[in-house]
Design a protein around this ligand. Structure first.
Ligand code: NAD
Length: 327
C-alpha cells in the first residue's frame, strides 16, 4: 500500500503521517508514505522523522501539476491536508489562501484523475458553515463562510464535490472543529497562549472572550480521518467534532490555571473582524455510520498538551523565532 499525504509537515498532517509510520491505522500497516509539503512558514520538517524506511519526504507545492503527475502514480490514496490555515492571516491578505486552498485542491484532483489514484480524502473545516448561535451543524447545513480562510475552504469543498460528481473520483470530505495538541504552530490560540504564559508574557484575548469554540484533540481528529479514508462513502461529507465547547475566556482561564498564572496575564485586544460567535457540529453521522467516538477528554488532553509545550521549548522557540526553517 502507498499513500500520499499533503501538508505532511504541518500540525495535523504530521500527526497523521507519524500515525501511519507507527502503524496506528488499520488497513495501512506497513504502507509507504509520500509526505508532500511546500514548507511554508507553517510547515516544519522537524514535525516528521529525519528519515524513515517507509517515508519519502518531498518538498513541493500542491499547485505544481507536473510534480503531482510525476509523484502520484502507484499511490492507493491521497489525504489532503495542505492549506493556508490561519484565519487572521487571511484577513491581512487572502491571495495565497485561494491559490493553495482552491487552485491547489483542483490541481491535485486533476492529477488524481489523470493518474488513477483510487481514494481521496479532503480535509476541511466546520468554519465553512459560518457561525451558529444555537444547536449544531449537520452536514446538510448551507455553507456560509465568513472569513476569507473559510471561504477558500468552502471553495475547495465545492471543487472536491464537483470532481466526485463529474468525474466519479472516490472522495470524501471531512469537516472538523478546532484542533489542539502537540506540534501546533504557536500562531494558533492554544499554543500561542501556552507559550506566552510559559515565557511570562501576557496573552491577547479578542473582545469580550465570549466566542465559543468546540475543541477536538488532533489524535481523535486523525482517527476520524482514518475511519473516513477506509469506510467513507464517495461524495459524502463527515463532520468530526470533539464535543467540548468553551468560550475563549473559559479556555484562557484553564490555560492560566495549567501554567500557574493569574488573570493579570490577560490583555484584552480589539475583536477580530467578523469574528464568528460560535461553532458547534453534529457528529452523529460519522458516529453512527463509521463508529467514530473521540477518546481524549478535554481536561486530560489540554493538560497533556500544556505539558508537551512545557517539555519541548526548543521546538516552539525555533518556530517563534523562525530558526526552524534554517535547515
Ligand atoms: P498547518 O498550517 O499547521 O499546516 C499546513 C501545512 O500545509 C504546512 O505544513 C504547509 O507548509 C503546507 N502547505 C501550505 N501550502 C502548501 C502548498 N501550496 N503545497 C504544499 N503544502 C502546503 O495546518 P493544520 O492545522 O495542520 O491544518 C491541516 C488541514 O486541516 C487544513 O486543510 C485546515 O484547513 C484543516 N483544519 C484545521 C483545523 C485546526 O484546528 N488546525 C481545523 C479544521 C480544519
Amino acid at each position: 500500500m502507498r499513500i500520499l499525504v499533503t501538508g505532511a509537515a504541518g500540525f495535523i498532517g504530521s500527526h497523521f503521517t507519524r500515525g501511519l509510520l507507527a502503524d496506528e491505522y488499520s488497513g495501512w500497516e506497513g504502507a509507504r508514505v509520500t509526505a508532500l509539503d511546500k514548507l511554508t512558514y507553517a510547515g516544519n520538517r522537524q514535525n516528521l522523522p529525519v528519515s524513515h524506511p517507509r517515508m519519502e519526504f518531498v518538498r513541493g507545492d500542491v499547485c505544481d501539476r507536473e510534480l503531482l503527475r510525476e509523484l502520484l502514480p502507484g499511490h492507493d490514496a491521497v489525504v489532503h491536508f495542505a492549506a493556508e490555515s490561519h484565519v487572521d492571516r487571511s484577513l491581512e491578505g487572502a491571495g495565497e489562501f485561494f491559490r493553495t486552498n482552491v487552485l491547489g485542491t483542483q490541481t491535485l484532483l486533476d492529477a488524481v484523475l489523470d493518474t488513477g489514484v483510487e481514494r481521496f480524502v479532503h480535509v476541511s473545516t466546520d468554519e465553512v458553515y459560518g457561525s451558529i448561535e444555537e444547536g449544531s451543524w449537520t452536514e446538510e447545513w448551507p455553507l456560509a463562510p465568513n472569513s476569507p480562510y473559510a471561504a477558500s475552504k468552502a471553495g475547495s469543498d465545492l471543487v472536491a464535490r464537483a470532481y466526485w460528481r463529474t468525474h466519479g473520483i472516490d472522495l470524501s470530505i471531512t469537516r472538523c472543529s478546532n484542533n489542539y495538541g502537540p506540534y501546533q504552530h504557536p500562531e494558533k490560540v492554544i499554543p500561542l497562549f501556552v507559550t506566552h504564559l510559559l515565557e511570562g508574557r501576557q496573552v491577547p484575548l479578542y473582545g469580550d472572550g465570549r466566542n465559543v469554540r468546540e475543541w477536538l484533540h488532533v489524535a481523535d481528529h486523525c482517527r476520524g480521518i482514518h475511519l473516513v479514508l477506509n469506510g467513507g462513502q464517495p461524495g459524502e461529507v463527515y463532520n468530526i467534532g470533539g464535543g467540548n465547547e468553551y468560550t475563549n475566556l473559559d479556555l484562557t482561564r484553564k490555560l492560566l490555571e495549567l501554567t500557574g498564572s493569574t488573570e493579570e496575564m490577560i490583555r484584552r485586544v480589539s475583536d477580530r473582524k467578523a469574528h464568528d460567535l460560535r461553532y458547534s457540529i453534529d457528529e452523529s453521522k460519522i458516529s453512527e455510520q463509521l463508529g467514530y467516538a473521540p477518546r481524549i477528554g478535554f481536561e486530560q488532553g489540554l493538560a497533556d498538551t500544556v505539558a508537551w509545550y512545557r517539555d519541548n521549548p526548543g521546538w516552539w522557540k525555533a518556530v517563534k523565532d523562525g530558526t526552524h526553517r534554517a535547515g
